[in-house]
Design a protein around this ligand. Structure first.
Ligand code: ATP
Ligand code: MG
Length: 225
């Protein structure tokens, strides 16, 4: 048996992260015996430069909340902290530099995998990772033109969930409970994501001032007498 650790890499915009992402990652983790799956929220995704994407910190924090309970899931900031648009080749090079001895498995939806040949430096991708294209049962999979030994197509349980649909639901006032983890529903509500409406969260300043006043009172010499 090889001593290399097998690490999954799940890249995505995660705006918001949903149970489709989590089920896909969990399924591939189990099937491929991965020690860990690293979720990597994109910085500015180049495919989505025309559409509005939530700030990276919101997407990062939602990903942390969604994955926190699974000991095999972690989140990386490599794409968020690298300036400029996010390309998968840079993601994989950065992760490879962090863990030169590990074997990387890049998990992606079959929709995205089909476009892989158009990705930046596509030829170099195969040397950096094995690619796992996931899709729903009944969906036709095509790996035409992709190197057989570097790509595996894998059906995952039916999850007709997309971030686009979740955002549309929030805008339309429809529920996203159970499509995304509970903590993510609460995060979306707390920061009023997707609606474009001003957020009703109370300002932080008065609370900070109250704490400061309380602390000052506690320190006042009167307390000692
Ligand atoms: P959007 O609708 O905004 O494009 P998305 O739901 O496709 O969002 P992304 O963050 O773009 O989510 O996707 C990250 C990765 O997860 C991609 O490889 C995508 O193909 C895959 N993916 C998205 N939804 C599912 C799902 N329901 N089941 C399995 N994989 C999915
Ligand atoms: Mg997508």
């Amino acid at each position: 048996m090889s001593g290399r650790r097998r690490i999954g890499v799940m890249g995505g915009t995660f705006d918001p992260i949903h149970h489709g992402h989590l089920v896909a990652a969990s399924e591939v983790q189990a099937l491929f015996g991965l020690e860990q799956v690293v979720f990597v929220p994109t910085g500015q995704p180049w495919q989505k430069s025309q559409t509005e994407v939530s700030p990276a910190e919101h997407r990062y924090l939602m990903t942390v909340i969604a994955t926190a309970s699974n000991p095999r899931f972690t989140v990386s900031r490599v794409d968020i902290d690298r300036p400029g648009p996010t390309y998968t080749i840079d993601t994989l090079r950065d992760l490879r530099a962090e863990r030169p001895d590990d074997e990387l498995f890049f998990i992606t939806g079959a929709d995205a995998l089909a476009d892989i040949l158009s990705w930046k430096d596509a030829d170099a991708l195969w040397e950096l990772a094995h690619f796992v294209g996931v899709t729903r049962p009944g969906h036709v999979l095509s790996d035409k033109g992709l190197p057989e030994d570097r790509v595996t197509l894998q059906e995952v349980p039916a999850m007709a969930i997309s971030s686009t649909d979740c955002r549309a639901r929030v805008v339309g006032g429809e529920p996203v409970w159970y499509l995304v983890p509970d903590g993510v529903v609460q995060y979306i509500n707390k920061y009023c994501l997707y609606t474009g409406l001003p957020c009703g969260a109370p300002p932080v300043e008065p609370l900070a001032r109250r704490v400061a006043i309380t602390a000052t009172n506690a320190l006042s010499p009167q307390g000692d007498q």
